[in-house]
Design a protein around this ligand. Structure first.
Ligand code: ATP
Length: 770
């Protein structure tokens, strides 16, 4: 230490001594009786008196003088703020003279009676904590009281506050209160009742202004009673006995709730307690004194109510992982692999939209092309359903077992039941050489879109909600389920709007006959078959690709139109079957069942035709002739909006109920009777569907749109355009990309097909069919 510093310290010490000496000289308030000297030292804040005539000190602070007698204070009637904490005062009657008193701090004294002095006019804030008050007296003489702190007393009952209509802040912590009473209709915003013996949150209903509530260290088990305190922002329930996570439901109306503490409650022992609370009250910013991170909120949401995309991703991961976990085995499969897409049609829509009916009818009519992909479900069969035809009805255990076997392509939980499409179901159809038609909910689609299958997705949507409701009622839907299903229709509309191209086409199914006609027309366009007359003998064919079969050759089936009409299946009738040659294929066939044998023979035959250049597989048109996108144009958006409004207002349409599958046409309407012979009216109906426009602008865009999506097969674009009459101004200026060889996924030149997640915008089909 330098000399200068030492000197300075000595000087400071000397000064201190002088001060203490002075203090010692003047004994302040001897014997605990307040004297003038003490008052003089405690006065501050010189200002104008309440009547405006004098300059007076407005504040007095005389803490910690062991005062017992403060009668002298009665002479200082202009005081507006009196702080007399940490004394031994028992009697405040001297304050009765202080008519202008606004703030009183008489905490840490020995007062037994609350405010028992003549009331000042405007007393606003009182702190009488740490006293010996046992009972609250009638405070109706203090109507302007805004803040009352009575912590650490011996109060057992809250009372006497009825007339305190300005009371915003009340603190009664560390008392002996057992039940909450006497607070009715008070405008309290901050209430502290911590450290009492409160068991129930009673009589809070009328505390409509309550923002901050501290009920920590009580014996509260239930939050019931807080449901009407909608302005709550912070609730402290630390060290209580809350045991049930569902109790937080009573806070659901507190839309401004930002801070909650449930520390040291049994509830904290629950697994995922924090995430659960965050999920239940997502608006929280601080929980248990810890700020909430965004990641936690996302985790909570994903855990308890994951968005459909997350569920689909999880389901997909589960299915993929389980299938990878299977012992390595080369499956005898007719399905394609990742590089060779398999034609598949998925009808998507809410329950009761009619998609199952459409799927069955389509499969029935186009049995040469399509097979019905049967899903598995854990729900019980309805009377009219048969196992192995409508669904494979399995127990949850069996379903789970199959999941673990990696048997599913996609799974989803809908309405409390599991649904899933197994690879085997698709395989079964593929073995027939047919394209698979399945129907499912959006959740299923989200999962299926993650697989290497790249189906066409046709959205089947009932836009007339009353009609939809009627159909649902005719089915097996309960009163609770119906609103949920109707809401889901809006979800589909939203999905369609938010993700243009997600669905390849939308069909309104209010009139199921027309819906089928549209679907039929679409399918026929895909397949390149204009009309199903028996005289039509135009050639069409379909392609399927086999995995693990000899040489990985695309296997193509050829058939004439007359065959379509007459033959019961696409694959089994009068194929030009050639005996397979070579030991490999021969032995392969020997080891198979009849159906597969047929399939291999057929494929062999078609492969031969393809190699010799005899046929063009029509199935490639599935991939070339894209179906109509649900358009993203403003027109279509507004049309959809219109339809939505119409849907909301629509009067019930009298239609036959539908409800069965198996081709039984309970859907049948007058228009349905003509559905076997597609007419122009289908086209006009198609036009009226959202997203289907025939305006010229679209027409001129067709090629541009079309070129955005590389088909999976190699085509000659110019002949394609010629064939379909698409030649337009823009067609004569085809960019290079269009005239290049188009390649399959997996080759260098990959552009995702419409409807896939990779490329979301589709060309409108009407230009193709124009
Ligand atoms: N594998 C699947 N993945 C996802 N959803 C599926 C699957 N299979 C069926 N679904 C869908 O689950 C929903 C409930 O089907 P369910 O058969 O129980 O009811 P429904 O009243 O007969 O429905 P719908 O007549 O619309 O088929 C339907 O929308 C159906 O399309």
């Amino acid at each position: 230490m330098v000399v200068g510093d030492a000197e300075m310290m000595t000087e400071v010490a000397a000064n201190n001594e002088v001060d203490t000496d002075q203090d010692r000289d003047v004994e302040l308030s001897p014997g605990g009786v307040l004297d003038e000297e003490t008052i003089t030292r405690g006065l501050s804040n010189l200002g104008r008196s309440a009547n405006g005539c004098h300059q007076v000190y407005l504040n007095l602070a005389i803490p910690g003088f062991s005062l017992t007698d403060i009668s002298l204070l009665s002479e200082y009637q202009h005081l507006q703020k009196v702080e007399i904490p940490y004394n031994d005062i028992t009697d405040l009657s001297a304050l009765g003279n202080l008519k202008y008193l606004l703030f009183l701090d008489a905490s840490h004294n020995r007062i037994e009676h609350l405010l028992d002095f003549d009331p000042p006019f405007n007393l606003q804030e009182v702190d009488m904590s740490w006293n010996n008050i046992k009972q609250m007296c009638d405070l109706s003489e203090h109507p302007f009281l805004k803040k009352l702190i009575l912590d650490n007393n011996n109060i057992t009952t809250i009372q006497g506050l009825e007339k305190c209509k300005q009371l915003k802040h009340l603190s009664l912590a560390h008392n002996k209160i057992r039940t909450i009473t006497g607070l009715d209709h008070l405008p309290i915003q901050h209430l502290n009742l911590s450290n009492n013996n409160i068991l129930f949150i009673d009589n809070f209903d009328s505390l409509k202004h309550l923002k901050e509530l501290n009920l920590s260290r009580n014996c509260i088990r239930s939050l019931s009673g807080l449901e009407n305190n909608t302005l709550l922002e912070a609730v402290d329930l630390e060290s209580n006995e809350v045991i049930d996570i569902l109790e937080v439901k009573y806070l659901r109306n507190a839309k401004n709730l930002r801070e909650l503490s449930l520390l040291r409650n049994p509830i904290q022992e629950l697994p995922d307690y924090r995430l659960c609370i965050l999920y239940k009250i997502s608006r929280l910013v601080i929980l248990d004194r810890h700020p909430i991170k965004e990641q936690e909120k996302v985790l909570a949401l994903n855990m308890f109510n994951p968005p459909m995309g997350v569920v689909a991703a999880r389901d997909h991961i589960t299915n993929v992982v389980y299938s990878f976990l299977q012992p390595a085995k080369v499956w005898d499969s007719t399905l394609p692999n990742i590089g060779t897409p398999y034609p598949m049609l998925v009808l998507v829509g809410p329950q009761g939209s009619g998609k199952r009916y459409l799927a069955t009818k389509l499969v029935k009519e186009f049995s040469e092309y399509f097979g019905y992909g049967i899903s598995h479900t854990t729900r019980h069969p309805h009377l009219e359903e048969s196992a192995g035809k409508d669904y494979f009805f399995v127990s949850v255990e069996k379903f789970e077992k199959d999941v673990r076997k990696g048997a599913f392509l996609q799974t989803c939980l809908y309405n409390g039941n599991w649904y899933g499409l197994q690879m085997g179901s698709v395989e079964r159809v593929a073995k027939e050489g047919l394209a698979c038609v399945v129907h499912m909910e959006l959740e299923g689609v989200l999962s299926l879109k993650k697989t290497y299958f790249e189906p066409r997705y046709v959205l089947v949507l009932p836009l007339d909600s009353q009609l939809h409701e009627k159909r649902l009622r005719a089915r097996h839907c309960t009163d609770q389920q119906i609103p949920m299903i109707l809401q889901r229709t809006d979800m589909y509309i939203q999905q369609n709007q938010d993700h243009p191209g997600f669905f390849d086409m939308m069909i309104c199914s209010d009139d199921i006959g027309e819906a089928y006609a549209q679907l039929r027309k679409l399918v026929m366009d895909y397949l390149g078959i204009g009309s199903l007359s028996s005289s039509d003998s135009s050639t069409f064919s379909s392609v399927s690709y086999s995995r693990g079969t000899a040489d990985q050759i695309p296997v193509i089936t050829t058939r004439t139109m007359s065959n379509v009409v007459r033959a019961s299946t696409w694959s089994r009738t009068s194929d030009n079957f050639s005996q397979p040659r070579g030991p490999r294929l021969g032995s392969l066939i020997q080891s198979r069942g009849t159906v597969e044998e047929e399939s291999v023979k057929r494929r062999y035959s078609v492969a031969k035709d393809v190699i010799t250049g005899n046929i063009q597989p029509p199935a490639k048109q599935w991939w070339i002739k894209y179906p109509t996108s649900v358009s993203v144009s403003e027109d279509s958006q507004s049309m959809l909006k219109e339809m939505r409004e119409k849907r909301a207002q629509s009067a019930p349409t009298i239609l036959n109920e539908f409800g069965t599958v198996n081709g039984e046409d309970k859907f049948a309407t007058s228009s349905d009777s003509s559905s076997d012979t597609p007419s122009e009216s289908y086209l006009s109906d198609l036009d009226s569907a959202p997203g289907l426009h025939k305006d010229d602008d679209h027409k001129s865009n067709i090629n541009a749109n079309f070129m955005g999506h590389l088909p999976t097969e190699k085509i000659d674009p110019l002949s394609f355009i010629d064939k379909h009459n698409y030649r337009s101004a823009s067609a004569t200026h085809l960019p290079d990309a269009f005239t290049q060889s188009f390649s399959r996924p997996g080759s260098k030149c990959i552009v995702s097909r419409p409807g896939s997640d990779r490329n979301t915008v589709l060309p409108p089909i009407q230009n193709m069919t124009a």
